[in-house]
Design a protein around this ligand. Structure first.
Ligand SMILES: CC(C)(COP(=O)(O)OP(=O)(O)OC[C@H]1O[C@@H](n2cnc3c(N)ncnc32)[C@H](O)[C@@H]1OP(=O)(O)O)[C@@H](O)C(=O)NCCC(=O)NCCS
Length: 190
């Protein structure tokens, strides 16, 4: 099992965890690109698969420069990359906020891997990065994504018409967010 010490100490993973988080490395290229390509249908209308090796290299560079907190969701039993989460546009100062994007890869969808990963990601957001807020923008018909963030304790803050251009169309999004205060309350009640 490979645990990136920057993210989470393996010994502190919740009992029964099937996944851990680590930063992407250049040597992940073949598996990462293959999983993205295999997930084309799952991502349709929701996210653009990353299949260009140069874009992958630029992504890894951004992560290692600290511009994006890129997290691979890996399966403990065999280290397979089952998904990824990106915390981007991390703004400090009085805002202390980031945007969160995420994807599970085929053939791992609908197996609750991302539901298990999200609490680990929130540990990174609020304990490691010490942010005050994290926001996820979700298309209203993306029910798995809405269930995912609702289950983690995010609140729907608003609705943004024609917010993001995905697959050539401007698409409405709901804005879901969690603050450090909510995170504290949710963590205490679990
Ligand atoms: C959203 C996504 C990350 C969820 O990952 P996942 O590992 O399959 O999710 P999980 O198995 O942990 O399930 C999450 C929730 O979705 C629910 N769900 C799954 N399929 C569903 C469906 N068709 N309709 C409604 N809810 C559904 C699950 O029941 C679970 O909710 P629950 O905890 O209330 O039972 C995944 O669907 C994905 O990557 N989609 C394509 C890219 C994308 O949409 N990214 C997010 C953009 S905002």
């Amino acid at each position: 099992m490979v645990i990136d010490p920057l993210q989470l100490d393996g010994r502190r993973l919740p009992h029964g965890s099937r996944v851990y988080l680590r930063r992407p490395m250049l040597r992940d290229r073949a598996e990462f690109l293959a999983r993205q390509a295999a997930s084309r249908r799952l991502f349709r209308g929701r996210a653009a698969p990353l299949t260009d090796p140069r874009v992958f290299a630029a992504y890894v560079r951004r992560v290692h420069q600290g511009l994006t907190a890129g997290l691979l969701v890996c399966r403990i039993e065999d280290d397979a990359i089952v998904g990824c989460v990106n915390l981007s546009q991390i703004v400090r100062g009085p805002f202390q906020s980031a945007y969160m994007g995420y994807q599970v890869f085929e053939p791992f969808a609908n197996q609750r891997y991302m539901s298990e990963a999200l609490p680990l990601v929130l540990t990174v957001v609020f304990r490691h990065l010490k942010l005050h807020r994290v926001e996820a923008n979700i298309q209203p018909e993306n029910l798995p994504s809405i269930s995912l963030v609702t289950g983690a304790g995010f609140r729907r803050e608003g609705y943004s018409p024609r917010y993001l251009k995905i697959a050539g169309r401007w698409r409405d999004h709901e804005r879901w967010a969690m603050t450090a205060e909510t995170y504290r309350d949710v963590s205490r009640s679990r």
